[in-house]
Write a protein that binds this ligand. Structure first.
Ligand code: G6P
Length: 608
């Protein structure tokens, strides 16, 4: 949820810390701060608000100089956004400074214990107990002191620590939150994610839960909780640096929308060889597949909406029952999961706390876990039995677009591959599906050419206060994503309804001028959706239809229509979602919203 950056090297730390934090702002942006050892003291500077506020303060205050430091960009959990609650937090004597991502669940009891032993707290955060506890346990050996402190902490953390008495090194540790070490030449880094350091190094070490690292400018050592040294491999990252930049687009979101042909192609093409889907990463035997009697899909946000599409696709092709669950609900109900269940966890970041918890619960119940994630080596990936990586590249905008599309592509590939294994797809249909799936990137490209038309349409509609999204079957699943996208970034109230359900209540909200966005691409229910469109029109609604080029009947009854290319019904969500993404984007732009960083949201939600 929060972003951590640390630097140990020969250069001025401040500049490098701010540079890294800028790329981590998507993880939280209600306050930011840095701590740097200046040769004598730990100098801390922190401020409520966006990173640019901290930058302004630091420019005016040139005194913070030093070659080792830690920085943080925050998404508040314990204690409101304020200067005091911003990280880094220091111990009473200002000997230790700490940045933290996660939640210390037993912080209240530790805090009262420390207050009784004379520590003065200056924030409302859970994090401050770490700094104070370090000082309490300080035995002169920083590594031992950190290990002792970690033993008292319950909850989740990725932390970076610097200590005035040991000013050459940063100590980092993690449990249930991401943290990587960037390995440079005469300089090393810690960061919540690769985007923060990719312009400095492509060599990284991934810390695992329970590992502690000491990082100096030219030495990295890693230990377990018993203080035994651990040998770790350095991993090479081949992400393109430009992927982490805006490349001339006004917003990352628009850039990522336009990158969808590539993101889908990267996900699909390496897995189709000579007309066959080859999923090296998924080792399901036909025997296992036959025994597997139920599929659960757990996810949050847009990834959950991919799950809603997947339910229709899987049930249609595999003829196995599918339950789609919001991960935060699944983890606290009593799902009937057993060893014959397959649980599919979908997550862009691979770090979403609720999805991870749902995965762990399913594992305990004996299920096999297949995850679909975008970030290699993320927690969800590590804990799954099988991992399908979407190769959408880094996604920076908080509202997902290209990762959503890559996840849909993943579902199609997995489903067709397993369907064939189970003998549920004829050879003719298999070949048809392959050629349809291979056509998606090109058809996505064609659909994105609607951007200007959608922008013009948005100019007429951006002042609306309420918008309804309706659809049936797969069109309903896509409508949910369209509605969420609009809400997230433009703050316009939107509701997605199964078109047939409108008449059971919601239609009372439709009045003269209400905009209803009707996604109507599925042939089997088209005439039913047309009736629902007539119903809302009869009550004064204006209807925007999202349909296929050949669907003239629907285009005729709608006030406006955006037409997508023809493709088989099951894969239409890959195209019909695009006008909805663009519509949300332009509405938000015209309303002057902070599109890449919508208020109150964060890209990676690593808390409950
Ligand atoms: C946050 C983001 C959403 C995202 C959801 C799940 O709420 O704002 O856009 O869909 O998390 O994230 P994940 O990384 O698990 O896909």
């Amino acid at each position: 949820m929060c972003g951590i950056m640390g630097y140990a090297g020969k250069k001025e730390a401040i500049e490098l810390l701010l540079n890294g934090l800028e790329r981590l702002e998507y993880r939280g942006y209600d306050s930011a701060g840095v701590a740097v050892y200046d040769g004598k003291e730990l100098k801390v500077s922190k401020a409520k608000g966006r990173l640019k506020i901290l930058k302004r303060i630091l420019v005016n205050n040139k005194k913070i100089k030093g070659r080792i430091g830690i920085g943080h960009t925050r998404w508040a959990t314990h204690g409101k956004p304020s200067d005091k609650n911003s990280h880094p937090h220091t111990s009473t004597s200002e000997k230790f400074a700490v940045v933290h991502n996660g939640i210390i669940e037993n912080y209240a009891s530790i805090k009262s214990f420390l207050i009784n032993s004379g520590k003065n707290f200056s924030s409302e955060t859970d994090t401050e107990v770490i700094a104070q506890l370090l000082e309490y346990y300080d035995n002169g050996n920083t590594l031992e002191t950190v290990i002792r402190t970690l033993k008292d902490l319950e909850g989740s953390y990725a932390i970076g620590i610097i200590c005035k008495d040991n000013p050459e090194e940063i100590i980092a540790a993690k449990k249930d939150n991401p943290l990587i070490i960037g390995v440079g030449k005469n300089e090393n880094f810690i960061a919540s994610d690769i985007t923060a350091i990719i312009s400095k190094t492509r060599n990284i070490i991934r810390l695992k839960d329970g590992e502690i690292a000491t990082i100096k400018s030219n030495e990295i050592s890693i230990y377990n909780m018993n203080k035994d040294a651990i040998k770790k491999d350095i991993q090479q990252i081949n992400w393109d640096i430009s992927a982490a930049e805006k490349c001339g687009y006004e917003h990352f979101m628009l850039k990522e929308i336009m990158e969808q042909p590539e993101a889908i192609n990267n996900t699909i093409s390496p897995r189709i060889k000579n007309g066959r889907i080859i999923l090296d990463e998924i080792n399901f035997s036909t025997e296992y597949l036959k025994k597997m009697n139920k599929i659960f899909i757990v996810a949050c946000g847009s990834a959950y909406h991919v799950g809603c599409v997947a339910k229709y696709v899987i049930e249609k092709i595999l003829r196995k029952p599918v339950e789609v669950d919001i991960a935060s609900e699944f983890r606290y109900r009593d799902p009937i999961v057993d060893k014959n269940s397959l649980v599919i966890a979908i997550s862009q970041s691979g770090e979403t706390a609720d999805t991870l918890a749902a995965l762990r619960k399913s594992k305990q119940l004996g299920a096999r876990i297949l995850s679909i994630v975008n970030v290699v080596g993320s927690s969800i990936a590590i804990e799954s039995d099988d991992v399908f990586y979407t190769w959408a590249g880094p996604e920076i905008a908080v509202a997902t677009t290209k990762a959503y599309s890559a996840q849909l592509a993943a579902i199609y590939l997995i489903c067709i591959c397993l369907g064939e294994k189970l003998g549920k797809i004829s050879d003719i249909d298999y070949d048809k599906y392959i050629s349809e799936i291979l056509s998606i990137p090109q058809k996505v490209q064609e659909t994105l050419a609607l951007a200007n038309t959608i922008k013009e349409f948005s100019k007429e509609k951006y002042r609306l206060k309420n918008i309804f999204f309706i659809g049936r079957n797969l069109d309903y699943a896509v409508s949910m994503e369209g509605s969420l996208k609009l809400k997230e970034i433009s703050y316009v109230h939107a509701e997605a309804y199964a078109a047939g359900e409108l008449k059971h209540g919601t239609i009372s909200l439709v009045e003269d001028g209400t905009l209803v966005v009707a996604t109507a691409t599925q042939k089997s229910v088209l005439c039913k959706t047309i009736s629902n469109i007539e119903e809302v029109k009869a009550r004064g609604a204006q209807v925007l239809g999202i349909t296929t080029k050949n669907n003239l009947n629907l285009q005729k009854i709608c006030d406006f229509a955006f037409n997508i290319p023809e493709i088989c019904d099951l894969m239409k969500p890959s195209l019909s979602v695009l006008p909805l993404q663009l519509f949300s984007y332009f509405i938000a732009m015209l309303r002057g919203c902070d599109i890449d960083k919508p208020r109150n949201l964060a890209k990676s939600v690593t808390i409950e």
